[in-house]
Ligand binder design. Structure first.
Ligand SMILES: C[S@@+](CC[C@H](N)C(=O)[O-])C[C@H]1O[C@@H](n2cnc3c(N)ncnc32)[C@H](O)[C@@H]1O
Length: 290
């Protein structure tokens, strides 16, 4: 994933939730042939960094900012709370066949399987290393019949039309090239009456954010997103800002990390908070008409 020292520094300073995976315009999984040394060596650099810098005491590898409510004090708990919120919004329950797009290392998928017991979750990510980690984890827990992890692209889903009941995406669509293309794909693979649920990062209405977390194509606000969902064919569209429980508390958490203490750390946090003040974070639900 890290093709240069600059990539590494961006990640180390700003974290995985704000790191836009470098990807080609065709959204194909990153390929060792493109000279990615870490993949060539088979190293799980992202996970190692995540553990060491962002969640040094943690047990999970959630790559999201988390949902922080009273009593939530760790990134593990916040990541799980966000996954729970999305699992509920995505109506996961026995009988459901779901698709998770941008599944990361699989934490949310394993959590949903245990918490909501859907019949099946197909989990897709562009990063083959994280997909493999998820699949191994599911196997170790004896869940591989219900959980399938595949490397693949959000904008070219290798699925038949009308093949899943629910499509979920946890803090990932802002990184897809493009988010609109993903919305069209989600609509295509949903059964009539099926639901889309996602959480996502975007600029606040009226604010312009030049941020590497999202490519310029995805840097539009929640009102535009609602229109794009309608353009893709969705109905019963709800786009709700939950930034109070995500952006601010996540940054408060970051400020306390050892890496962000001292003069340099404070300068870094000041810069991050200036950008964060313009960021929105939404929970989206929508339905494919019957
Ligand atoms: C911010 S992380 C969120 C990961 C996970 N959902 C979580 O909350 O821990 C975004 C994820 O989207 C994946 N991703 C980026 N572009 C993608 C694409 N075009 N298709 C599929 N996955 C993609 C990344 O590899 C990364 O795992």
């Amino acid at each position: 994933m890290f093709k240069s020292v600059t990539d590494f520094l961006i990640y180390a300073f700003l974290g995985p939730s704000t790191f836009a995976r470098e990807q080609s315009a065709d959204n194909k999984p990153p390929s060792p042939a493109r000279g990615n040394k870490a993949y060539e060596r088979g190293e799980d650099v992202e996970a190692q960094l995540y553990r060491k810098i962002l969640n040094p005491q943690g047990k999970t590898q959630y790559g999201n900012m988390g949902y922080w409510t009273d009593g939530v004090e760790t990134l593990d708990a916040a990541g799980e709370a966000l996954a729970r919120l999305l699992g509920q919004a995505g109506e996961l329950k026995p009988g459901v066949r779901a698709l998770d797009v941008g599944c990361g290392y699989g934490d949310e998928v394993i959590f949903w399987a245990k918490e909501f017991k859907p019949d099946h979750i197909l989990a897709i990510d562009i990063n083959p290393i994280s997909v493999e980690a998820g699949q191994e984890w599911a196997r170790a827990l004896g869940l591989s019949e219900r959980l399938e992890f595949r490397a693949g692209s959000a904008v070219a889903l290798d699925l038949e039309p009308a093949s899943v009941n629910q499509v979920l995406s946890l803090e990932s669509p802002h990184t897809f090239l493009t988010r609109d293309a993903f919305l069209r794909e989600a609509f295509r693979v949903l059964v009539p009456g099926g639901g889309l649920a996602m959480t996502d990062l975007l600029p606040l209405p009226g604010r312009v954010v030049h941020h590497f977390a999202f490519p310029p194509e995805n840097a539009y606000s929640r009102d535009v997103l609602a229109q794009k969902l309608a353009d893709a064919g969705f109905v019963q569209i709800e786009v709700k800002s939950i930034r109070q429980h995500v952006i601010k508390p996540y940054h408060r958490y970051l400020a306390k990390l050892p890496a962000n203490r001292g003069l340099l750390g404070r300068i870094r946090m000041f810069q991050r908070q200036r950008v964060a003040a313009k960021l929105d974070y939404v929970l989206v639900t929508a339905r494919k008409p019957n």
